[in-house]
Design a protein. Structure first.
Length: 248
């Protein structure tokens, strides 16, 4: 299904029949991707006395409860409410779900005991002057990102200058294949989050950060149409399913 979209006066042709899913599914398993020192998610049938909400155990339907954390258990999209004392809901702040995005691939640099993504790397990789969203795929890019246990691994992170640069390019939606754009243990500074949202100076309430995506190696760097889908949670973050469509 070929369709035409118009963005900033320019027309783009995309094939909606060939979606490229860059989300990580949530599973009730110890092999589910995990961060922030929490237990695995649970998907369990409701029980009420002798009744179990499971067809294989005699119920007419499968009727499960799900216990998970959006920040630690898979692909999620968050708003500035993640770092503010007042409540802001991703369901209320994310209003536009389609935009032009660019996928870039970056090998984080070693700096002392850390691996960082700095401003120069972003500037060299970013080529689209019209992208509203940026997707960062880090190297090495192996499938174990879908099941990695990230706690206490000191994953790579964006420098404050890199986050400022991304914001200054009018990027409203930042996506990355790590549990956070910030250092795992930073004493709560969250400098990259604050820089991207420009908090608290001139807070960009409409901007979002999506973490724990997985961009397969077969997806080349370049421009795409992004459909950033969330569940309608009245919370600072929601599980999300970002989908890319190739621009023809």
């Amino acid at each position: 299904m070929i369709t035409t979209i118009t963005h900033q006066g320019k027309s783009y042709h995309v094939d909606l029949s060939k979606p490229l899913d860059i989300s990580i599914p949530l599973r009730a398993s110890a092999n589910n991707v995990n961060a922030w020192y929490i237990k695995s998610p649970k998907i369990e049938p409701v029980t009420n006395g002798d009744w179990v909400g499971k067809v294989s155990e005699g119920a007419s339907t499968n009727f499960n409860n799900i216990l998970f954390n959006p920040h630690g258990h898979g692909t999620h999209t968050e708003c500035v409410g993640h770092i503010t004392p007042e409540s802001h809901s991703i369901n209320q702040t994310l209003k536009h779900f389609f935009c032009i995005t660019e996928v870039i691939t970056i090998q984080p640099k070693k700096k002392n005991e850390d691996y960082i993504i700095d401003k120069d790397q972003i500037a060299q990789a970013l080529t689209s002057p019209v992208a509203e969203a940026l997707i960062i795929r880090t190297l090495p890019n192996t499938k174990d990102k879908c099941s990695k246990q990230y706690s206490n691994t000191n994953w790579p992170y964006l420098t404050e200058e890199a986050a400022i640069y991304i914001r200054e390019q009018s990027i409203d939606h930042l996506l990355i294949d790590l549990p956070s754009i910030d250092k795992e243990k930073d004493d709560g500074k969250l400098v990259a989050h604050k820089a991207f949202w420009n908090y608290p100076t001139a807070t960009r309430y409409h901007a979002t950060i999506t973490e724990m995506v997985y961009v397969k190696n077969k997806i080349p760097d370049g421009q795409y149409l992004l459909n950033l889908m969330i569940a309608p949670f009245e919370n600072d973050a929601s599980p999300s399913k970002p989908i890319l469509y190739t621009i023809l």
